[in-house]
Design a protein around this ligand. Structure first.
Ligand code: AMP
Ligand code: ZN
Length: 496
């Protein structure tokens, strides 16, 4: 069975059932995922939907073909949190959003997330939002009041709340809705609001203002994916009000379409039983973890071990185990040569079953152990010659790569720690010359050695408490003849 025949089943929030996924158009499968508000580094919780929907994107590409999947994920670059950040830091809004956007892409890249086909920024779609709001007013679903435009929930009372399964009355009782004099119904939500001179604003039929949060996703998904598309994703914290409001806006502006057919929601990353969030202050960023030396691949592996619809905790123990597993896998695979493989059917089947990444990873463990055992047996057999089980390992690797693990891009971290013995010896000796120079207060020579090693991608670190203790890191060292020659040249300093 090739992966092309794979039957994908996904849990659809809309129907609360696992359903067989059949795309509207198999030659262009379309997915939209709500992206970050760009005012700060992404915390680890924000990375969860990125990894979850990256796995789905990879699976869809595998099954329908890489050129037949369109994935859009937005950047919210107009928002009151951004305005507040600009005001408190005195920096221009554009500088904050540009910097944070790049941070997000860099951090998620280190987790092995592919870039979506489209990454629309809200500020680039203001005219489309204005057009959609005008359409909603014309169709009697929205009204202007005091420089605001509000969506009239009563105009769509029967269907509003159907995603999260609540009635309008329940929502009024349960939600902290903002009561405002210009609202006809407290549930009505903002499509457009006025901006004072110091805030970002655009001219509109209702005066200078800016969009409410929800309208951007409706306008951008319509532009990029059409009035009906296949999958809409995001964290389950967005189900109400954000996703309910997206549905109301899109279905009322484009009643000819049905907006998203499948809704997927990831559960939250937690810290001691509570959602990790900026507002609770219980967060750490992806960059914090990377800086502490957790490779992006390890973070990704830890995520994949929990099903996306279950809450999960980040623990150091999980990370250590993931690191050991990945190191073991990578070492074996590099010994087994490189031939092209195909994902193992059982593995694909697990993934296709509502992204059962946890089950898929268990299968990889089993397969690895089976192959290792076989390999040891063969290695000891007298008749065996040549590479051992290359094809089987290639299928193992192709499976792991289908979920973004064991890829070439994410592999640098094991390289940096797995130096050839001669190289390690040479670095040790050079570092001892360095420490000797420091002790002799020969700072010129010490600095020369440090700089030359740095140019080779090796960083010397002296212990803060005991100056004769040292270690080195070599994240960027590339083992080549030229670099070995440069290390050797440094050893000549020993004789001086
Ligand atoms: P935000 O920037 O807060 O709008 O969030 C961006 C994305 O991260 C949304 O899809 C949220 O659902 C998701 N998200 C935020 N916090 C968490 C968390 N603790 N665990 C998982 N996803 C989260
Ligand atoms: Zn959205």
């Amino acid at each position: 069975m090739g992966t092309k025949d794979t039957v994908i089943k996904l849990h659809n929030t809309k129907t609360r059932k696992k359903e067989v996924f059949e795309p509207i158009d198999a030659s262009n499968v379309r997915m939209y995922v709500c992206g970050p508000t760009v005012y700060d580094r992404a915390h680890l919780g924000n990375a969860r939907p990125v990894v979850v929907f990256d796995v789905l994107y990879r699976l869809l590409r595998e099954v329908y073909g890489a050129d037949h999947v369109t994935y859009a994920r937005n950047f919210t670059d107009v928002d009151d949190k951004i305005n507040a950040r600009a005001a408190e830091s005195g920096r221009p809004i554009g500088a904050i959003t540009a910097e944070t956007t790049q941070w997000f892409l860099d951090d998620m890249g280190e987790l092995g997330a592919l870039e979506p086909s489209h990454m629309p920024r809200a500020t680039e779609y203001i005219p489309q939002m204005v057009a959609m709001i005008e359409e909603l007013i014309a169709k009697g679903h929205a009204y202007a009041a005091e420089g605001h435009v509000l969506f009239a929930v009563d105009s769509w009372k029967d269907r509003y709340g159907s995603l999260s399964g609540r009635s309008v009355d329940d929502m009024i009782a349960g939600a902290r809705v903002e009561v405002a004099p210009y609202k006809k119904n407290p549930m009505d939500f903002v499509l457009w609001k006025p901006s004072t001179g110091d805030l970002p604003g655009w001219d509109s039929p209702w005066g200078r203002g800016r969009p409410g949060w929800h309208i951007e996703c409706s306008a951008m998904s319509y532009e990029l994916l059409g009035e009906t598309f296949d999958i809409h994703g995001g964290g389950n914290d967005l189900m109400f009000p954000h996703h309910e409001n997206e549905i109301a806006q899109s279905c009322c502006a484009h009643p000819e379409g049905d907006f998203a057919r499948f809704w997927l929601h990831n559960e939250m990353l937690q810290v001691e039983g509570k959602k990790m969030s900026k507002s609770l202050g219980n967060f750490f960023t992806v960059r914090d973890l990377l800086d502490q030396g957790y490779p992006g691949e390890v973070i990704r592996f830890v995520f994949l071990q929990t099903h996306y619809r279950k809450p999960m905790d980040w623990t150091d123990k999980k990370a250590k185990e993931a690191e050991a597993t990945l190191r073991k896998w990578r070492e074996m695979v590099s010994e087994c040569g490189h031939v092209a493989g195909n994902p193992i059917p059982e593995f694909v089947k697990a993934l296709a079953d509502d992204l059962n990444t946890a089950g898929a990873i268990s299968l990889l463990h089993e397969e690895f152990n089976r192959l290792r055992k076989l390999r040891n047996e063969l290695a000891h057999s007298v008749e065996h010659e040549g590479p051992i089980l290359s094809e089987e390992f290639a299928d193992f690797v192709a499976s792991a790569q289908l979920v973004g693990l064991l890829t070439e891009e994410l592999g640098a971290w094991t390289q940096s720690k797995k130096l050839a013995n001669e190289v390690r010896d040479a670095i040790d000796r050079v570092a001892r010359i360095w420490i000797g120079s420091r002790r002799a207060k020969n700072w010129g020579r010490a600095d020369q050695i440090r700089d030359e090693l740095a140019a080779l991608g090796i960083r010397l670190i002296v212990d803060k408490t005991n100056a004769s203790e040292w270690r080195y890191e070599n994240p960027d060292y590339v083992d080549s003849d030229a670099n070995r020659a440069r290390l050797k040249a440094l050893l000549k300093l020993e004789e001086k």
